[in-house]
Design a binder for this molecule. Sequence first.
Ligand SMILES: C[S@@+](CC[C@H](N)C(=O)[O-])C[C@H]1O[C@@H](n2cnc3c(N)ncnc32)[C@H](O)[C@@H]1O
Length: 290
Amino acid sequence: MKIADFDLYKDLLYEKSGLDITPDKSYLLDSRLTPIAKKWGYPSLDAMSVNLRALPDPALVTEIVDAMTTNETSFYRDIRPFENFENVVLPYLIENAKRGKTLRIWCAACSSGQEPYSIAMILKEKQAQLKGVRIEIIATDISDRVLATAKQGLYSQFEVQRGLPVTKLVSFFKQVEEKWQISDEIKSMITFKNFNLLDPMTSLGQFDVVFCRNVLIYFDIPTKAKVLEGISRQMARDGYLFLGGAETVLGVTDKFSSIKDVRGLYAQTGEHGTVERASSFSTVSSAGNV
Ligand SMILES: C[S@@+](CC[C@H](N)C(=O)[O-])C[C@H]1O[C@@H](n2cnc3c(N)ncnc32)[C@H](O)[C@@H]1O
């Protein structure tokens, strides 16, 4: 790909989705965008680039952004966050919810749905403790393609074998030919919608728990900071934030701090026994790692 074309797609993806493409990923642009050029009737990727530069068709731009997203996910991915949700976060939320609150959970880059369905299954199993508590799970993603799969809730044998305990497969899915269909009861616990994390978040309302896992890794530091600060504004003062295993708030924002001894779990700084940012910074800086 020509440098000017690389820059065209780099700028477009950054502006539309926050995705920060580095030159070593140029091959990904080629391999994922060439089929789109063909589909749109262009003789080559070069020809599509020329046209895009002159007159960008919004539908084509959406398709390009969608094609460049990485949608890797699985049920109970990395397991530990879901154990922490069940054993650390949920007991606290149940206590609070008894005072008459609705529990609102946001799965902020839900891909094809395995993450919000994992959360919903945990909540379903805890329904006795949650009796009378209203629960809302909002699951969002920038890609309509993965949201369509998520809404359908129909997974292959391979997908259900990745992380889903067999007891949950038996309880919450039924086999439909070669595939597995999640129950309507679990499906109805989740509202799926398209949402770009770069957009203002106010309309989503306030959340008690936010899962924003394995998406910030694709963003540069200013974008990570913007997204995390947006989430902080939408999160209850005593809310909980889950990030992916390769993600951190350290060196990005002081709105959140990690919770002592609970990996991957964050709270608004100063809440839930967070490790204060000032000390984290000085420890890391003095080790020369920042
Ligand atoms: C690797 S998946 C992570 C899925 C799930 N959270 C997990 O950890 O398994 C990243 C998802 O982020 C979505 N995404 C990327 N940029 C986004 C943006 N600006 N706004 C919302 N979602 C975005 C992608 O479409 C993709 O489905």
